[in-house]
Ligand binder design. Structure first.
Ligand SMILES: [Zn+2]
Length: 234
């Protein structure tokens, strides 16, 4: 078995007990870019019925999400003007707190979210433009976006084909996060490899957790989010 990021051979590390099922899940490590993979066959991640779970987690993370998007937009420093209204897309947007912030900065905001109840809330309570679906660039065939946010999504998907698909929609910036505790765990090195593979530049990182930002590099782990920029003229 080979690494989904760099193609190097994976080595079995150990079995860990799954939080939901209690089943033992094998963990593999790439000996080159040091990424971890806990599920190599993700056939069902982006297909099948849309989930209809409770959304308390999405409802409760309002302050955290708003703070993160505020920091991001300030860090990038893009503003809409009268001649060009910037477009924002959040993939896996939950109930859409990020879009409410983006709209305040003048963006035209869009979201994609598979959870049915979250989309109902986004539309009826927050009056947002959210598509109830798993993500595919086909959803936005005639659109492009100035800022795309993908928070706690990519680590479910080891194949870079998903990211390539996304980059086609991107006019300028993209942000994704690789946190602890998900199906895959990328490293700073594997993030660079991913960026090169899809021809974008890593222009910065965004850390909401100062503790992790300080200590994770010592442990060889990533922290926070990466900001990619696509250069359309190259
Ligand atoms: Zn690798």
């Amino acid at each position: 078995m080979n690494c989904g990021v760099c193609g190097f051979k994976l080595r079995f590390k150990k079995n860990i007990q799954g939080e939901v099922t209690g089943n033992l899940i094998p963990i593999y490590k790439c000996m080159s870019c040091k990424s971890f993979f806990s599920c190599l066959e993700l056939k069902n991640q982006l297909t099948g019925n849309l989930p209809n779970n409770e959304i308390d987690g999405y409802l409760n993370n309002e302050i955290e999400v708003k703070s993160r998007i505020n920091s991001l937009i300030r860090q990038i420093g893009i503003e809409s003007n009268i001649r060009h209204k910037n477009k924002f897309l959040d993939i896996g947007c939950g109930v859409g707190w990020s879009s409410t912030v983006a709209k305040k900065y003048g963006f035209e905001a869009f979201g994609v979210e598979p959870e049915i109840k979250a989309v109902d809330f986004a539309r009826s309570e927050l009056m947002l433009n959210v598509t109830n679906s798993f993500f595919s660039s086909d959803l936005f065939e005639h659109e492009s976006f100035d800022l795309i946010v993908m928070y706690q999504v990519l680590e479910y998907l080891p194949k870079i084909s998903y990211l390539k698909n996304l980059i086609t929609l991107l006019d300028k910036y993209d942000l994704f996060r690789t946190p602890e505790g998900h199906i895959n765990n990328f490293t700073a090195e594997s993030t660079q490899i991913l960026a090169q593979a899809v021809k974008v530049e890593v222009i910065g990182e965004l850390h909401n957790n100062k503790f992790r930002a300080k200590y994770f590099p010592f442990l060889g782990l990533t922290s926070g989010s990466y900001i990619f920029r696509r250069h359309l003229d190259s």
